[in-house]
Design a protein around this ligand. Structure first.
Ligand code: SF4
Length: 208
């Protein structure tokens, strides 16, 4: 198993195990915590369906171009996995664990199958990725869509950019407090993101 597949597999199994041991009220509390984020994801999904579904289907699926969904090219945050596992059925989780247990000799992401991405709530990096071709084709003709996309990008930061308390950081911290660790906990082990957090903290402390 590649390092990538192993990290994915361990993180999925960890989250699944932990959630299975939680009380219904704790699970309900966690679901409430991610509610606004899920609403945000629905909005992006509607935006993408409306503006990009045609071009992405033609370019990536019919012409086999696919600039996204490349092999091991995506960053999955630990919180992506938490949210996805929380929203997935047991069968969907089993399917994810099965595909990461198989060596990936292809050029595409391990999670990409004939029916599309196997994640129910795919990683935020994937959701926010628009290849240059798709961007130019749509935004050059629809300036309002470009503005809308910029607004969505700004909103994404409220969940993922840790210059303030954000959901993705909180979910990692929750699992760390419960005694787990993972290389995918980038909000606690990526030098770049740690720097963002420490700069934000310094700024806060210098505000009179
Ligand atoms: S996780 Fe899903 S959306 Fe992201 S690269 Fe893989 S198949 Fe594509």
């Amino acid at each position: 198993m590649s390092d990538y597949n192993r990290e994915q597999s361990e993180a999925i199994a960890t989250v699944e195990h932990h959630l299975k041991t939680q009380s219904p009220s704790e699970l309900a509390r966690l679901k409430t915590r991610i509610k606004t984020y899920l609403r945000f994801r629905k909005e992006i999904d509607q935006f993408s369906q409306h503006h990009f579904s045609q071009i992405c289907t033609r370019k990536c699926y019919q012409d086999d171009y696919s600039a996204c969904c490349n092999r091991e090219g995506i960053t999955t945050f630990f919180a992506d996995i938490v949210i996805n596992v929380m929203m997935s059925s047991d069968d969907e989780i089993k399917r994810l664990l099965r595909v990461v247990s198989i060596p990936n000799h292809g050029l595409k992401c391990v999670y990409l199958r004939k029916m599309g991405c196997l994640w129910r709530i795919k990683p935020i990096v994937c959701e926010m990725f628009l290849c240059e071709h798709a961007r130019n084709s749509v935004f050059d003709n629809e300036p309002n869509a470009r503005k809308q996309w910029k607004r969505l990008r700004r909103r994404e930061k409220r969940y993922t950019w840790p210059n303030r308390p954000v959901l993705f950081d909180d979910l990692e911290a929750y699992f760390i407090r419960a005694g787990y660790s993972s290389n995918l906990m980038y909000f606690h082990n990526s030098p770049g993101l740690l720097r963002v957090k420490s700069l934000a903290m310094k700024e806060e402390n210098t505000v009179p």
